[in-house]
Design a protein around this ligand. Structure first.
Ligand code: C5P
Length: 312
């Protein structure tokens, strides 16, 4: 009897921005306790998983040449982790992962985490697993602090290392402009820089998360703009002083507020509406302060299957 090979599965997965990112002290495990609000944006990677005799990872698109395709690739680690979890051989999972990137690499937008989350969702479908999103989120948390949020998407409160997720109701659409920097930043380097700044001085700390939750529920971008904040911003700007100019240029172009996204160096600008976002994007692109710009909306759903292609 011929074995039936399941068709490849393609998953779309969003980038994230942190509307609020409060960083606590460094913990014994090297991570920092966080209180954060994530929002998933309409800038997305697509990940296809397929049964293959020649296993591995392929990466195309935005920043593809900077993504490792070996054992350290987070999507491949997701393959191995889920294989082991369901009793398959993690050393020979017979899977090929093809990643089409739009999320900047090492940009502070959870690009690698997104690809890992998409891989988990894709494999659950490819292997026809009876596995809940919460069970996948448990595994996701072992891969990285941002991976569980990439599964859920929307707007959510993250605590612990950022991996404990509670959804936040945000019915309104917010309009963003994203400015990609010329080179990425390493997340551990940015956390280390914050620790250093805090040893030497007293960099600004964000306010209470409750105010941001209220701003979100108002749906008024002007109110939310006043409340955006990121403890990692001082550290990212310290490592990349040019970000100061980018942040100023976005606000000068008409954005309500600009912040460094996560550990940076991508900057995110909240705008009044879509027309303003398009105008701000054009002006930022012309100002020569970043590599490229994108307009995005949020919130959008987390990793989800968009296609299962029948074999020809
Ligand atoms: O979770 P992930 O592997 O993406 O995190 C990358 C690095 O960022 C960690 O190794 C750590 O240095 C830093 N980090 C942290 N505290 C967090 C999340 C990340 O210090 N809550």
């Amino acid at each position: 009897m011929l074995a039936v090979v399941p068709p490849p599965v393609t998953v779309r997965v969003p980038a994230k921005v942190n509307l609020h990112l409060a960083v606590g002290d460094v913990r014994p495990d090297g991570y920092h306790d966080l209180v954060t609000i994530f929002q998933a944006l309409s800038l997305a990677d697509e990940v296809t998983v397929a049964v293959a005799d020649e296993p591995g990872v392929e990466v195309h698109g935005e920043g593809a040449d900077q993504v490792p395709t070996g054992a350290s690739n987070l999507a491949w680690r997701a393959v191995r982790l889920l294989a082991a979890h369901v009793g398959k051989d993690p050393d020979d999972p017979k899977v090929r992962v093809v990643i089409r990137k739009a999320i900047p690499v090492a940009g502070g937008m959870a690009g690698g985490s997104a690809d890992a989350a998409a891989t988990l969702v894709g494999l659950a479908s490819l292997w026809r697993l009876e596995i809940s999103r919460d069970e996948l989120a448990e595994l996701a948390g072992k891969l990285g602090a941002d991976v569980p949020f990439c599964l859920y998407g929307g707007t959510a409160l993250g605590t612990g290392r950022g991996e404990r997720i509670v959804p936040v109701l945000a019915r309104h659409q917010f309009h963003w402009v994203l400015a990609f920097d010329r080179r990425g930043l390493s997340t551990p380097d940015v956390f280390d820089e914050l620790d250093r700044l805090r040893t030497d001085g007293d960099p600004p700390r964000v306010g209470q998360v409750e105010a941001v939750l209220e701003g979100l529920s108002s749906g008024d971008p002007r109110q939310l703009a006043l409340l955006l904040g990121n403890d990692l911003q001082a550290a990212a700007v310290s490592l990349r002083p040019n970000l100061r100019r980018t942040l100023r240029a976005g606000v000068d172009a008409g954005a309500l507020a600009g912040i460094v996204s996560g550990s940076g160096p991508t900057t995110a600008f909240l705008c009044e509406d879509n027309d303003t976002a398009v105008r701000v994007a054009a002006e930022l692109a012309g100002a020569g302060v970043c590599r490229t710009v994108r307009v995005a909306q949020g919130p959008v759903p987390g990793a989800r299957v968009i296609a299962t292609e029948e074999p020809k």
